[in-house]
Design a protein. Structure first.
Length: 107
């Protein structure tokens, strides 16, 4: 079966997060889990934590501003779901490459 549409472009990520899972306390049993992709984590970090504009975040991640906007919208919805519903939030997977952003010429 042939894939349709454009191939997904790899997103630049500086490094793996040191913490890869958040678990709620006070919820009996094993809570449900959501998976936040690494590029979604990176977009949240760059825009919401560091305070970069979507345009600057897009440049750092090597993707368009529209793609950053889509990634952010999905990531924020997933984070809100995890926080409101008391789910485990796991950070893993995605379409990314670890990039040395100090030297953009290095591939």
């Amino acid at each position: 079966m042939k894939l349709r549409g454009r191939p997904i472009k790899l997103r630049n990520v500086r490094r793996q997060p040191s913490i890869q899972q958040f678990s709620p306390r006070g919820k009996p049993g094993r809570p449900d889990e959501i998976v936040l992709k690494l590029e979604e984590f990176e977009a949240i970090k760059l825009t919401d934590y560091i305070g970069l504009s979507q345009k600057k975040a897009a440049i750092m991640m090597g993707i368009s501003q529209q793609t950053v906007s889509r990634v952010l919208r999905k990531a924020r919805k997933m984070l809100a779901n995890g926080l409101i519903m008391g789910k485990i939030i796991r950070i893993q997977g995605g379409n990314y490459k670890i990039a040395n952003l100090n030297n953009p010429d290095q591939k």
